[in-house]
Write a protein that binds this ligand. Structure first.
Ligand code: 9MR
Length: 481
């Protein structure tokens, strides 16, 4: 669907479209859930994270359809200007262009991969957000304001040097073997995260087998370079991400609880003293405050979340434990329910230390509502982690889209705005830090598995590991420039 502009819509229907679009944006921004369900390969990889992003093997799923199912359940936005102006976002999507690499296998995609099928609509994780009523642009002609370049120091200073909280990058073990990737990570980041090496499928591929080699290698890299470790994730409330053997496990509720406990105990204890913080549960709540219908929810009810935190706390009382989700930065019932879980856990004597805001966002998303909701969580006394940060720019762009100078600068400014906003609204003692979801655009998650996805530029470093305006925007937030 493509809208030519608010002129053709009544104010009311435009708002409705904007809301649906925003909800769509939120669901896609997690780059998970239903899209992954659609694209899930039949066989999970042995001893690897479960890569469910292979549209070439997928069903020709429609990204729009895949996520609009979720959006039907909820109200999404807090109504603080978060709603997107939908220009073709709702329901757009195509059969997938074929994932190029991936990064998890340590193969980097070609720097200028072949464009996706000509004529396919461009979709992107996330959707544009402007204030309802604002003019809508035509795909291919983004209204990117002309902004000045970021001030730059004479030499490239380490990003981490500008911050007194940890600045992290989520890495992929195999990519750490590549010098340019490894050097960028060790020079600029003070914390390491991991895209998938700690996930259930990676560390616990069959009932009696734990495989820690990959995650151990990530931890060893961090130790060598004096970095902290934030591990992701003990449970992902989405069936596509637990291995087949878990889904096929038979037993009553007590047996399921034991299964979860064994996993959490074994994994957390293995990394005790080496991993400072964990995403205990990832993405438990959907739009509208609805619980994600995962196997854990079906077998144990909503209390599985609090139980998971309890087990993690018992396994390592020193570790800081996070509830990680996407889209709650726009408030609404989703945010409310996440905060309810925190309160309920407290009542039960279980501590949820922090909230992870993934913040896979897009260039035109407004920063203001994000800050309102970071503050809301901070006001609860939670540690706040921006846990999977990136800013996608290719929404509505053709498959051959190259990052323009104007967009590069606008992205730099957006990084600066969000990072400085975080520093402003989150009290220092609650700033758990900011982690980007990857290192360079070359190996960004968003450059694999999505239609038209080889042409996104969401991260701080370009395909040659050179700092972009995004890097300087982030840096300048820390330097107060
Ligand atoms: O970036 C991760 C990708 O490499 C994996 O294939 C995928 C499935 O395990 O998970 C991606 O990471 C997701 C993260 O675990 C949770 N939030 C959304 C991230 C992007 O989908």
């Amino acid at each position: 669907m493509r809208f030519t502009g608010p002129t053709y819509l009544t104010q009311r229907s435009f708002r409705l479209v904007a809301l649906v679009t925003f909800i769509f944006a939120s669901s896609l921004s997690s780059c998970s859930s239903s899209l992954e369900e659609e694209l899930a390969p039949t066989k999970p990889k042995e001893n690897s994270s479960v890569d469910v992003k292979d549209p070439a093997k997928g069903s020709g799923s429609d990204a729009g359809q895949g996520t609009s199912g979720q959006s039907g359940e909820g109200e999404g936005s807090s109504g603080e200007g978060a709603a997107g102006s939908g220009e073709g976002a709702a329901g757009s999507g195509e059969g997938g262009s074929g994932s190029k690499d991936g990064a998890e296998d340590g193969k980097e995609p070609a720097s200028d991969p072949a464009p996706t099928k000509p004529g396919t609509p461009a979709t992107t994780p996330g959707a544009p957000a402007t204030t309802p009523g604002a003019p809508v642009t035509t795909p291919g002609t983004p209204a990117t304001p002309a902004l000045p370049a970021q001030p730059k120091p004479a030499t490239v200073v380490p990003l981490k040097s500008a911050f007194d909280f940890p600045v992290g990058a989520a890495v992929v073990k195999e990519l750490l073997e590549k010098p340019e990737y490894a050097n960028t990570v060790s020079k600029h980041f003070s914390r390491i995260g991991s895209e998938s090496d700690f996930k259930w499928g990676s560390v616990h591929p069959s009932k009696d087998k734990y495989t820690f080699a990959k995650a151990d290698a990530v931890v060893a890299f961090a130790q060598k370079h004096n970095m902290k470790v934030h591990a992701h994730t003990l449970l992902w409330a989405h069936d596509g991400n637990e291995p087949k053997w878990v889904k096929e496990f038979q037993g009553d509720a007590a047996a399921w609880e034991q299964l979860m406990k064994d996993h959490i105990y074994t994994v957390v204890k293995h990394f005790k003293g080496k991993v400072q913080s964990w995403d205990v549960v990832n993405e438990p709540i959907k739009e509208g405050g609805v619980y994600t219908n995962s196997i854990w929810y079906r077998k144990l009810g909503k209390d599985y979340i609090i139980k998971a935190f309890k087990f993690a706390q018992e396994a390592d009382p020193q570790a800081k434990l996070f509830l990680n989700d996407y889209g709650q930065e726009y408030g609404g019932k989703k945010m409310k329910e996440l905060l309810n879980i925190v309160d309920e856990a407290k009542k039960q004597g279980v501590k949820i230390h922090g909230m992870g805001f993934q913040l896979h966002t897009v260039l035109r998303m407004e920063a203001k509502p994000i800050m309102t909701n970071l503050k809301l969580a901070a006001d609860k006394g939670l540690l706040i982690h921006i846990s999977e940060f990136d800013i996608s720019v290719k929404y509505g762009m053709p498959a051959t889209f190259q990052l323009s100078d104007a967009m590069n600068k606008a992205q730099g400014e957006k990084y600066k705005e969000i990072v400085s906003g975080y520093m402003k609204v989150v009290p220092k003692s609650q700033q758990w830090g900011i982690t980007t979801w990857g290192v360079s655009d070359k190996t960004s998650y968003f450059n694999k598995g999505y239609p038209n996805s080889d042409h996104d530029y969401p991260l701080l470093f370009d395909r040659n590991y050179q700092p972009k305006e995004a890097f300087y925007g982030f840096l300048n937030a820390g330097l107060g420039k």
